[in-house]
Design a protein around this ligand. Structure first.
Ligand code: 2BA
Length: 108
């Protein structure tokens, strides 16, 4: 068995979860925050048998859209008393996925 951790954008979660449940995958949703943008995102935990892993990854890929967003970088001067900021455009998503081996899966 594998444990899949998928970090997805909040906008994509509802359709993805519907698709997962329809295809009989079990999923747990966690509300999380990205360290760079400090905005909300969603982490999904999914335990899956190895033979169904590819199907699961395809569903995640299908539902995760890449989006461009702008954030502001704050730059302090050498004295630390002056700040200037400038916007940068970054691409977020579709999904950041970790696949881990599961040593044991027990329901007690
Ligand atoms: P955030 O950390 O808020 O990052 C949002 C987006 O900002 C990233 O999109 C990437 O395009 C950009 N970004 C992140 N760190 C950056 C940096 N140091 N310099 C410049 N740009 C940077 P994604 O790569 O699609 O990541 C989306 C979210 O997935 C991240 O939100 C974070 O919550 C998570 N994530 C991505 N890679 C991760 C990793 N290696 N470990 C843990 N979480 C990760």
């Amino acid at each position: 068995m594998k444990l899949v951790l998928a970090i997805v954008q909040d906008n994509d979660v509802n359709l993805l979860m519907d698709d997962l449940v329809e295809n009989e995958f079990s999923v747990t949703k966690l509300s999380t925050t990205g360290g760079f943008l400090k905005e909300g995102n969603t982490t999904l935990l999914m335990g899956v048998e190895e033979e169904k892993l590819d199907d699961l990854l395809k569903l995640i890929e299908k539902n995760g859209k890449k989006r461009k967003t702008t954030t502001t970088i704050l730059n302090s001067s050498a004295t630390g008393s002056l700040f200037n900021s400038f916007p940068i455009e970054i691409e977020v998503g579709g999904a950041t996925v970790f696949v881990l081996d599961v040593e044991k899966f027990i329901k007690l």
